[in-house]
Design a protein around this ligand. Structure first.
Ligand code: BYC
Length: 330
């Protein structure tokens, strides 16, 4: 839909790299200018943004599944209403992000096909199961907390449509983080069994959440170019460290123990964490996490079951277009 408003690719410079234009483009980035859909941009900038924004969109959509799993079992009406609203927000985030990615010239159908065929990635974190109600608190507290840490700098990303989408997303994520933390506070002030459930959830989510920030800097293949183009403002390791430093006092407040006995605070006040198991991360990215197959199967089923809605929308659009053409001809 959003691809229709773009300049035609006939005769434009998409894919044709010219040193002068690339230098002008970089000068605009260096001057903190926003790049807009019809502006000239290097093909590699378009490609990496399409990759990142569409993966981000897929993550929001797949991210509805682990939490959606608990809507019918939320412990009270208030919790159910908040969880429903949160899961609907994630869907909205996915839709803004698909719209932002489409402005780079790839259609929504192609983007979604990339995810359904397993070619495009989505965040590793959504391949873990939600075993208890405490997982819902932990996702809000940690997963949304990590998302905010990663996404606040994206509000200043050089690509206008992505940056603008992120502003609204971040406002909503901050509500999500608070609802998760509030669930954790309630559990941690509850019975010994509830507190143990909260600790168990933290034990299972801690390391996968640290992996959300992506591979260590020396193994991050896109970081250099994304930083040069101000898509990324902080490295994966920098954001991971900021997250750990912000989260340790929150765990202390809850009376929970971060499952990393080797963790210690250094002279700069940063919390040094133990080595992350990057083999586990690679396995999850390769499709072998605990829930990869279930997540893709659920998305494929939903896509197939929604075929009639897409067909009805296309038929309505066609009917409307014909009516407008007939009116114009009168
Ligand atoms: N999971 O060179 P690197 C949410 C991939 S939604 C899977 O460092 P980059 C929420 C990476 O894509 C959260 N793959 O890449 C929703 C690349 O592979 P490709 C999603 C990962 O792009 C619902 C390769 O590893 N947030 O918060 O410079 C409910 C090398 O990495 C992961 C976003 O998408 C991962 N964790 O940096 C609740 C934010 N990490 O593409 C919450 C936007 C890395 O070459 N994205 N990979 O095949 C970003 O900020 C960046 O893309 C990343 C990675 C920091 C994730």
């Amino acid at each position: 839909m959003y691809t229709q408003a773009l300049n035609s690719s006939d005769g434009d410079d998409r894919g044709i790299e010219d040193a002068g234009r690339a230098a002008q483009f970089q000068a605009r980035i260096d001057a903190d200018d926003r790049i807009e859909p019809n502006d000239w941009m290097p093909a590699a900038y378009r490609k990496t943004l399409t990759r990142q924004i569409s993966q981000h969109a897929h993550s929001e959509i797949v991210g509805m599944l682990p939490e959606g799993n608990w809507i019918t079992r939320a412990p009270s009406l208030r919790r159910k209403a908040a969880l429903l609203a949160k899961v609907q927000d994630e869907c909205g985030h996915g839709l803004y992000l698909y719209a932002a990615a489409e402005t780079l010239g790839t259609s929504r159908e192609e983007l979604v096909d990339g995810m359904l065929s397993g070619k495009a990635k989505y965040s590793s974190i959504f391949n873990y199961p939600t075993l208890t109600w405490a997982d819902i608190g932990t996702i809000g507290w940690l997963v949304d907390g990590a998302a905010i840490m990663n996404q606040i700098p994206l509000c200043r990303c050089s690509y206008g449509p992505y940056a603008r989408a992120m502003i609204r997303v971040c406002k909503e994520e901050s509500f999500h983080q608070r609802q998760g933390f509030e669930i954790m506070v309630t559990l941690c002030r509850g019975t010994a069994e509830q507190k143990a459930m909260a600790q168990n959830a933290l034990n299972r989510w801690w390391w996968p959440v640290l992996m959300m920030f992506g591979p260590p800097d020396q193994a991050s293949q896109h970081s250099d170019t994304s930083t040069k183009w101000k898509i990324k403002r902080f490295s994966n390791d920098e954001l991971r460290q900021k997250f750990v430093d912000a989260t340790v006092p929150q765990a202390e407040f809850l009376g929970l123990t971060i499952p990393d006995p080797g963790m210690k605070q250094n002279a700069n006040g940063n919390w040094e964490y133990s080595a992350i198991d990057w083999d586990e991360f690679k396995q999850v990215l390769a499709g072998n996490g605990p829930c990869n197959r279930d997540r893709l199967a659920a998305r494929r089923k939903a896509h197939d079951e929604g075929a009639w809605v897409r067909e009805a929308a296309a038929a309505y659009a066609e009917k409307r277009k014909n009516r407008q053409l007939a009116q114009a001809a009168e």
